[in-house]
Write a protein that binds this ligand. Structure first.
Ligand SMILES: Nc1ncnc2c1ncn2[C@@H]1O[C@H](COP(=O)(O)OP(=O)(O)OP(=O)(O)O)[C@@H](O)[C@H]1O
Ligand SMILES: [Mg+2]
Length: 302
């Protein structure tokens, strides 16, 4: 079943088209990474899904519930960590969560304690939020997003301000939430992080969805990294694919259609080269991201 379904969503601010016929499908229990540069439309999309902003056109369903028809039902099953959130500085972490839990009703003190433990704030439960570091506030924000035990959790750039330990903890929490049956939708600019936790990613650019799929299915080129002694003649490598040269590492990078290391090493050997390095490089998410963004640069500007 689908957790999130968006069909042809469009949203304009005056004449500026922020979201342009955006469609998206997120499977239940997926960890979906929503990638895109600043201003691409990530936060706008999340706000539309949650019914906080009304799109001009398009259909949005969360766990089968139509957002336009039943915004409150959708809010009940969603959790949301916004980009900028407000906590009461003069209240403690626990008091803040208690305060927000009143909106939902029926949330026990034990559950709040459990959430504080989950995000690693048990020791700071009675500390005033005004004295929190940015990373601590971010952790509290995640606890707040989980107060209603949501089915679908939206996290808008959740690792902003977290230290490496915080990022690693966060990753584990996300994976645990997913194991417990939740669907996670999170936006990020941090490509390696997305690669680490997400099963599926979507790349948004200037309000358009450029690509959605499993990371392994996103495409991008396979390459063979080659170093020989003496340095091989480029024309020999060209028979196998497009050749680039990495000056820093002093290696050739040959973009190939398939793994042809055996033929390549044979050819190098026959031409008198000693192979120092011959390594297959899988497509990288960075490569897919930048090549898509580059290909779309200027396409729908203005
Ligand atoms: N209330 C608004 N009025 C006018 N334009 C807006 C408004 N909100 C967003 N925009 C514009 O819509 C576009 C998408 O904004 P959005 O905040 O969704 O981007 P984003 O992908 O979340 O970016 P970031 O990575 O910086 O958070 C931007 O160009 C932004 O300037
Ligand atoms: Mg944003």
């Amino acid at each position: 079943m689908s957790a999130i379904e968006i069909e042809n969503m469009t949203k304009s601010y005056g004449r500026f088209v922020a979201l342009d016929k955006l469609s998206l499908y997120v499977e239940e229990r997926d960890i979906f990474g929503f990638l895109g540069p600043n201003g691409a439309g990530k936060s706008t999309t999340i706000n539309c899904i949650l019914g906080l902003i009304k799109p001009d056109e398009g259909k949005i369903r969360v766990c089968g519930i139509d957002v336009e028809e039943n915004p409150l039902e959708v809010r009940k099953i969603c959790g949301y960590l916004p980009e900028n959130y407000g906590f009461y500085g003069n209240l403690t972490a626990f008091e803040n969560l208690k305060y927000f839990s009143e909106f939902y009703g029926g949330i026990s003190r034990d559950f709040i304690e459990e959430l504080l433990a989950l995000v690693g704030l048990s020791n700071a439960s009675d500390k005033k939020v005004a004295e929190f570091s940015r990373g601590m506030k971010q952790r509290l924000g995640l606890a707040q997003a989980l107060l209603n035990d949501p089915k679908v959790v939206f996290l808008d750039e959740p690792t902003n301000g977290l230290d490496p330990q915080g990022i690693a903890d966060f990753r584990n929490i996300i994976k645990e939430l997913q194991r417990n049956g939740k669907t996670i939708f999170f936006s990020s600019h941090i490509l390696p992080e997305v690669k680490e936790v997400c099963k599926t990613v979507g790349i948004i650019y200037r309000g358009k969805m450029l690509k959605v799929g499993k990371i392994s299915e996103l495409g991008g080129s396979l390459a063979i990294v080659v170093q020989t002694e003496p340095k091989a003649d480029e024309s020999l490598l060209k028979k196998f694919g497009k050749v680039g040269y990495d000056e820093i590492r002093d290696v050739y990078v040959v973009e190939v259609e398939r793994d042809c290391r055996i033929e390549l090493s044979k050819s190098l050997f026959e031409n008198g080269y000693v192979v120092k390095e011959l390594r297959l490089r899988e497509p990288r998410i960075e490569e897919v991201y930048f090549s898509l963004v580059r290909a779309n640069e200027g396409v729908n500007s203005g």
